[in-house]
Design a protein around this ligand. Structure first.
Ligand code: GLA
Length: 729
């Protein structure tokens, strides 16, 4: 059993693949303490690590220094207001104006499998993969029950956490913060990694020291955001891609979040993660419950690379669902960068005709097909086909595309409303707004109030009508602005601050309805690129458009950063036109193809206008995608585009190590006497590998220790692909 309760030491030991996590019940009052998180250990009792025999001692021995105890005790779930002055996970507001809480162990249960979290996305696993521990704690003063939920994935180094809070009193209680995870590390000598950016520059890696004081990340934008991803890792200062201890935390949620590493007075570090307490309040009536979203915790004893591969394996097998979970995704061509709003049936068909000849499998019609939308200033909410542009109607267009042997996909932005729309004219109050205030526009649009059922029903019916009207096999679900002016005319004052979270729950409900009624549709999420690149979205859509920046060189960094957490098979990647529309850079078509190979792969250009030379390369690129797609799973990052901007190198190795693919991009050339030596990773030491192109054979250990020589490539932005096949063991 991967979870044990040891009566003698009153401790819980959670054992994942190579990881142990220990919690103990402490003293007569039954405080819940965090004892250990790291490499797997066999002992039944490691409670000495909590230093309870040292001053200030446990309260039953020294209650006069209770505050010192509370302020240094490694707690399992922190609560504020009673003497623990570090970051708190739970805070309330009672009728009498009290905000403090204190929780104590009450009971527990251990069972096989993993519970669902009501209304929320979460990782899943069967009875064979997962074991769950629920520890029920009580604040007897408030009559508040707090259930800490842990699930161990036995074959991965993964423990997930969430929290359920129940009001057992007979008065309303307002929750003003409910975070999902807290880990007190008994060390401060660590580095921390987070992923930052902006629109078109997502997931840039930021590595810094954990220092005394608070270093955190958060989003208060109503989405997980371009600016920072809901991911945080702490690690040995010496940790590298392949060595050292690394602890990764990722939040399975698509709205406001908060994560922080706090270096504390006695050189300990408290890491917390959960819904951002900023502007959050949730009213619990007697007997009501609140469920906090899941945090995934990954431990790696072999560097950042192993952490990433664990996240990828977990998400591919235990988060992403649906028909396309393990299937190769159709190679698509999207008309956004090809035409923007300027298209009609004939233009789309001309793209489809050319694309189908070259082996492209799906046409995606992007923004601009509905209402009277010819620019981004109107019609969101009016999901009615514009028959001036789509002459002959949607069904005609889709049938014609199908006749070419291609699938058809469509773009929606279901969460939005343009002030210039029939929907807004009919239902002004359906957008998120503050009564009496002029709302803040962004891209000329407001956000629909999806916390309201009638709004969700309208949105769903509009989507459904379109989806039933033709053979649509793919939906790109976009979301192009952040939430502001958060209020509505429905909820009572004391529930107004619930809108942020209710909105996210509304989005999840809509996606659930869509994926349940249309299980054959491939859903791709997008939020102006990667503003909702998060595991919450991956639960509904097996792929996410990770950035509007399609420049191959910019993408090296974006894809590198995103691969810290998210599987390559889930990242939307397209070959686009040159000069690139975002940065104006000119890169070879071949390099654009190779960079897009590290993802779902597709095109986003006017294929009728590119050079014949580029067009000729498309069938070759498609063949490469088909040949290597299954292999693009086990990622080993070799170069680091952030530390060495001269080149980029990533390697994919089959799970059984029988094949390996190396993608190498030389960013800037420089005069050099020598070729560049690349040491490969993740191969079998004693096996022999043949370079498919040259037929040269090398041992795995030579390729990993001696390396492979990449000869000078003439020019900037040049690339090379190497494919090694295992010949003999
Ligand atoms: C967002 C998306 C783009 C495109 C446009 C359409 O920016 O990220 O891919 O769909 O919207 O308006």
């Amino acid at each position: 059993m991967p979870i044990h309760y040891y009566e003698k030491s009153k401790s819980f030991k959670l054992d994942a693949k190579d990881t142990s996590y220990v919690i103990a019940i402490v003293d007569e009052e039954q405080f819940l303490g965090h004892v250990y998180f790291g490499e797997k250990i066999p002992d039944e009792n490691v409670n000495y690590l909590m230093r309870l025999e040292e001053p200030p001692f446990i309260p039953s021995k020294n209650n006069r220094d209770r505050m010192s105890f509370l302020d240094s005790f490694p707690t399992e779930y922190s609560t504020g207001g009673l003497g623990d002055f570090r970051e708190s996970c739970l805070q309330v507001m009672t009728k009498s104006g009290i905000s403090a809480c204190g929780i104590f162990y009450n009971s527990h249960k251990i069972y096989e499998g993993k519970p669902k979290l009501k209304g929320l996305p979460a990782t899943f696993g069967g009875e064979k993969d997962c074991t769950t521990l629920e520890i029920t704690c009580m604040d007897k003063n408030l009559n508040l029950e707090v259930v800490l939920i842990y699930t161990v994935f036995e074959n991965l180094d993964v423990i997930t956490r969430s929290v359920r809070v129940k009001n057992c009193s007979n008065e309303d209680i307002i929750l003003t913060r409910v975070l999902s995870a807290c880990v007190d590390f008994d060390r401060i000598d660590m580095d921390m990694i987070t992923l930052h950016g902006s629109w078109a520059r997502e997931c840039h890696i930021c590595r810094r020291s954990v220092n005394l004081g608070k270093q955190g990340i958060s989003s208060a934008r109503g989405e997980s955001s371009h600016q920072v991803n809901p991911f945080l890792a702490v690690m040995d200062k010496s940790a590298t891609e392949d060595s050292g201890e690394v602890y990764g935390f990722n939040f399975v949620y698509s709205g406001n979040f908060f994560a922080q590493a706090e270096g504390c007075q006695f050189d300990t570090t408290r890491v917390i993660m959960g819904i951002n307490p900023f502007d959050f309040a949730w009213k619990l009536e007697p007997q009501e419950e609140f469920v906090a979203p899941e945090v995934v915790m990954v431990y790696s004893n072999s560097g950042i690379g192993k952490m990433s591969r664990t996240f990828h394996d977990l998400y591919r097998n235990h988060l992403i669902r649906g028909e396309y979970k393990d299937k190769k995704r159709p190679i698509l061509i999207n008309n956004w960068e090809a035409t923007y709003f300027d298209f009609d049936t004939e233009k789309l068909l001309s793209i489809a005709r050319e694309a189908s000849k070259l082996g492209i499998e799906m046409l995606v019609m992007d923004d601009g097909w509905f209402g009277k939308r010819n620019s981004d200033n109107c019609s969101l909410g009016d999901w009615v086909v514009n028959e001036y542009k789509i002459k002959g109607g949607l069904k005609y267009l889709v049938d014609e595309v199908n006749k070419l042997g291609m699938k058809f996909g469509i773009w929606f932005e279901p969460e939005m409303i343009s002030p210039d729309s029939d929907l807004y004219r009919a239902h002004q109050d359906w957008c998120i707004h503050i009564e009496g205030r002029v709302g803040t526009l962004c891209r000329s649009q407001y956000v629909l109030d999806l916390s309201r059922r009638e709004v969700r029903d309208y949105v769903y019916e509009s989507l459904r009508n379109i989806l039933l009207s033709a053979n649509i096999e793919y939906v790109k679900w976009d979301m192009n602005r952040q939430l502001s002016d958060v209020g509505n005319s429905i909820l009572p004052p004391e529930r107004q601050r619930e809108i942020w979270h209710r909105y996210v729950l509304g989005v999840y409900e809509l996606m659930d309805r869509l994926t349940t009624e249309f299980p054959h549709i491939l859903l791709e999420n997008c939020s102006g690129g990667g503003a909702r690149l998060d595991p919450g979205m991956l639960y509904y859509s097996p792929q996410i458009w990770i950035s509007d920046d399609t420049d191959a060189i910019e993408r090296l960094k974006i894809q590198h950063g995103a691969s810290y957490v998210y599987p390559v098979s889930a990242m939307g990647t397209h070959v686009s036109d040159c000069p690139n529309h975002i940065v104006g850079r000119i890169t070879p078509f071949e390099t654009r193809g190779l960079v897009a190979l590290s993802g779902t792969f597709g095109y986003e250009l006017d294929i009728t206008k590119i050079s014949q030379e580029d067009r000729n390369m498309i069938p070759k690129q498609i063949a490469m995608y088909n040949k290597y797609n299954d292999l693009i799973r086990g990622v080993h990052r070799i170069g680091n585009s952030f530390e060495n901007p001269e080149f980029y190198c990533v390697k994919y190795v089959a799970k059984d190590k029988s094949e390996a693919l190396v993608v190498y991009v030389q960013v800037l050339n420089r005069p050099n006497y020598h070729s560049r030596r690349i040491r490969l990773k993740g191969l079998r030491k004693n096996a022999f590998y043949r370079n498919e192109e040259t037929n040269e054979v090398y041992s795995g250990s030579t390729l990993m220790n001696g390396g492979f020589l990449i000869k000078g490539l003439w020019g900037d932005f040049k690339c090379i692909l190497l494919y090694f096949i295992c010949e003999q063991n």
